[in-house]
Ligand binder design. Sequence first.
Ligand SMILES: [Mn+2]
Length: 193
Amino acid sequence: MRIAVASRPKLGERANGDVCFHREFEDNILVCLMDGAGHGEAAQVVAEKTVGYLERSYGLDLVELMKGCHEELKGTRGGVMGLALIRNDLVSYVGVGNIRACLYTRACEGAENNVSFLTSLGGVVGYNLRKVMQFQYPYKRGSTLVMFTDGILAGINIWDYVGDGGDPKEIAGRILKECSKDNDDATVVVASE
Ligand SMILES: [Mn+2]
């Protein structure tokens, strides 16, 4: 698996409240994306605490991981987060709040291009955690997982970037460069084989 992250803070800001944590362990590939509420140093505190927690706890199942992160972030301003776990032919996903996560599978024999939008439920991690649910999606070899924060424009056609495959680092870099908003932290993560 190749995983690439492209991220930058809001224009004119040094602190970044967005952060991606990813880890391969046993047969699992875990990709986590956090967007600390707002921007600036208070948002960066959320990002840093999240990474600290995930480094200690990444082996938990996704629902427990989300709930634990919520406890960890109490007293901060909180944030929104997506947790994706790829294992064999399945992607499990737990999302709270506005993180976009999509799975792109290119056409192969007998099947057309397919995109699955991974479902997030409402709430703010660390502040107002409502229902936490895990959804599962089939994962095919060659699929590309793309996750991004709301510093990336919602309306972009990711197919234009995922296209015929290619280097995740280049794809993430292009999306960040061409589709990010100046007035928020922006992060995109691309994972593919
Ligand atoms: Mn944001």
